[in-house]
Ligand binder design. Structure first.
Ligand SMILES: Nc1nc2c(ncn2[C@@H]2O[C@H](COP(=O)(O)OP(=O)(O)OP(=O)(O)O)[C@@H](O)[C@H]2O)c(=O)[nH]1
Ligand SMILES: [Mg+2]
Length: 641
């Protein structure tokens, strides 16, 4: 199974997740499983000593180490931060600090119960908690010998102190400006330490200063330690804090062994031997009974020993005291059990840990796959909506009411423009009629009429159908009519766009002078002026008011007709050439906007979709590898039970 896992990890390390979505998460999966793989090669075995305040935890730690490695004290909370005691070639105290100020702030807020708000202040700090866990794991992996300190990448700083009572006091019992992640005590070590056991000495769980519920080291200890010594004393009560901690330990899927160590504080030392022994047995049994009562579960072993006596015996080299303390038997039992079970426990923990990482990985891969599906759906949704918007604009029918409404309106504009023109023609004609009554010949009248023709004809284009005059009316008509033809299409488009948080359609430009047709400046045709009335052969030389007036009337009528024709032409041109062009300009304006948005969305979506495709392939490969490993992992776990 491990060989297969190594193969998978080698493959996964080749992945280029730079181009993927959720790259950080995918890399984290690889890191986590890689870490789980390395655990199998761990050289350390973590034994955790925990219990209520003043139970003698540190004294037991010292006795097991055979050296003063953890401060002890009467009548005060002594151990304020956990320490990890290991065997070292050289003695010393190593404080492992994070170099991340956020992590340090987080730890100092959570580790020591300085005020009641400290624990609660950090609810939204899951991300920081993740970093802290990562840092613990990094240090622990380093200590386990499965990671080199190069891999700390400058994220961890180590401060080393000499191993002596004063430094121990400072490192483990005092306030520090920066909270270390872990404090490691390197000791020459007793029997256990020299066999690769690391002893974790915890602060009293019911301490008023250390804060086990908030300090993430406890969570880490619960999940990663391999063996627990629960130290109870005859003078300390089993309180809720200890109870809860115990419950969390036994709830672990790895079911780590828990030994109850009842520290018999010199029970009835004034009594003869057998009574002392009886009292000690009673204390141990009582301790065990209380644990069973609380947990519905017996500890793996329940022992009574006099830890204080054992420590004094060791430090003062009193072999008779040592025998009396029951410590040698405890130490050899523990050694035997560890010898017999250590590999098994470690392997089981590693398998369980690996299986948990697999579970997490599968969940994460599923999340990523869902995110990809969501992303694709979102992009498709945007595209669909924009296409709907476009179809809405395309469906606008500007011509539906073309003939009647628009032609009518344009005709009215033309009518109004032509009216003063016609009036002006009328006026000129009647002025001529007045003049010819005096004394004119037909020739003279025709010459004047020719002048009038030129003047009045040019007036049409320059004065009455002048663009500045017509444009405002045309603009008004165009915007009113187009708006009503567009109806609610623009509103519907804008609704879609605002839902998509995209720029809404702008109002198109109003018609400009170019959108209004020009009236040609042609002069009126003068055919009638060449005619000589058959009934008056002396037309050119003679004065005859009746015929001249008739003649002027006829010419003016012809010109009026011409004005009408020009007006009608103008109307036709305005409608079919200019107005229709303007309508399509508006449609084009809307379409261009939507096309731009579609293109923009496409440009944004493209790299994401490409990343999604790459990620999907990776997820598929990772899932398949996990599936292939599940069976052998399951078999391995089953064989452990
Ligand atoms: N008489 C007697 N004293 C003991 C015994 N065990 C420990 N002591 C003393 O009790 C005091 C407290 O012991 P520690 O080892 O500091 O207890 P602890 O559980 O580590 O305490 P905290 O770290 O403060 O929770 C020390 O002064 C020890 O010397 C014992 O069996 N008999
Ligand atoms: Mg202590």
């Amino acid at each position: 199974m491990l060989q297969q896992l190594d193969g998978v990890l080698t493959e996964w390390r080749k992945f280029d997740s730079n181009r993927c979505l959720d790259a950080a998460e995918l890399e984290q999966i690889v890191r986590n499983i890689d870490r789980a793989r390395r655990q199998f090669d761990s050289k350390l075995f973590f034994v955790v000593i925990f219990g209520p305040l003043k139970a003698g935890k540190s004294t037991l730690t010292n006795t097991l180490a055979g050296e003063y490695v953890s401060p002890t004290g009467f009548g005060k909370e002594t151990t304020r931060r956990p320490s990890l005691v290991i065997c070292g070639v050289k003695s010393g105290i190593d404080q492992y600090f994070s170099t991340d100020p956020e992590v340090n702030h987080f730890l100092s807020q959570r580790r020591l119960r300085k005020d009641s708000a400290a624990g609660a202040a950090a609810e939204d700090e899951t991300q920081k908690l993740g970093k802290v866990r990562e840092a613990f794991d990094a240090v622990a992996d380093y200590l386990r010998g499965i990671r080199s300190n190069d891999e700390f990448h400058g994220r961890i700083r180590v401060n080393t102190l000499h191993l002596n009572a004063a430094s121990l006091e400072e490192a483990l019992t005092q306030d520090l400006t920066t909270e270390p992640l872990l404090t490691v005590i390197r000791s020459k070590g007793g029997h256990l330490l020299s066999h690769g056991v690391a002893i974790v000495d915890m602060p009293g769980l019911d301490g008023s200063r250390s804060n086990w519920r908030a300090d993430p080291i406890h969570e880490w200890v619960i999940s990663r330690a391999e063996f627990f010594l629960f130290v109870q004393s005859s003078v300390a009560a089993l309180n809720n804090e200890t109870h809860d901690f115990l419950k969390e330990i036994v709830a672990q899927s790895t079911k780590p062994p828990v030994w109850l160590v009842q520290n018999i504080f010199d029970a009835r030392h004034w009594q003869p031997e057998e009574k002392r022994k009886k009292a000690a047995d009673e204390q141990r049994e009582e301790g065990k009974r209380r644990v069973i009562e609380l947990l519905n579960e017996a500890p793996r072993a329940a022992l009574g020993l006099n830890v204080g006596l054992a420590w004094d015996a060791k430090s003062e080299d009193q072999s008779e005291w040592l025998a009396r303390s029951e410590f040698p038997k405890f130490e050899s039992d523990l050694t035997d059990v560890l010898h017999a079970e250590r590999a098994l426990i470690q392997e089981r923990n590693c398998l369980e840990y690996l299986s948990q990482r697999f579970g997490e990985a599968k969940k994460q891969l599923e999340l990523s796959a869902n995110r990809i599906a969501e992303l694709r759906k979102k992009h498709q949704d945007v595209r669909n909506k924009l296409e709907t918007a476009q179809a809405t604009v395309d469906a606008v029918n500007y011509r539906s009411d073309w003939e009647s409404a628009v032609r009518g309106e344009i005709s009215t504009i033309a009518e109004a423009a032509a009216k003063p023109w016609l009036d002006s023609l009328e006026n000129e004609a009647s002025k001529l009629c007045e003049r010819h009554k005096l004394d004119r010949t037909g020739k003279e009248v025709n010459a004047e009429l020719a002048n009038v023709a030129v003047r009045v004809a040019t007036e049409g284009a320059s004065k009455h159908f002048a663009k500045p005059l017509l444009l405002p009316q045309y603009v008004k008509l165009a915007s009113q009519y187009c708006k009503s033809a567009e109806n609610d299409a623009v509103t519907r488009c804008n609704q879609i766009l605002s839902e998509l948080k995209l720029l809404e359609l702008s109002i198109p430009l109003q018609p400009t002078a170019e959108d209004v047709p020009l009236l040609p400046e042609d002069s009126f045709t003068g055919d009638k002026l060449k005619e000589t009335p058959w009934w008056n052969p002396l037309w050119n030389t003679e004065h005859n008011p009746a015929t001249l007036e008739n003649h002027i009337g006829l010419v003016a009528k012809g010109w009026r007709q011409q004005i009408h024709t020009r007006k009608e032409n103008w109307v036709n041109q305005a409608l079919t050439d200019h107005f229709s062009t303007y309508c399509e300009k508006r449609r084009k304006h809307f379409r261009a906007h939507l096309q731009r948005l579609l293109a923009d969305c496409g440009a944004v979506a493209k790299p994401k979709e490409e990343a999604a495709n790459a990620t999907e392939i990776l997820i598929g490969q990772m899932n398949e590898a996990l599936r292939n490993l599940e069976q052998p992992l399951g078999n391995a776990i089953a064989s452990m039970k």
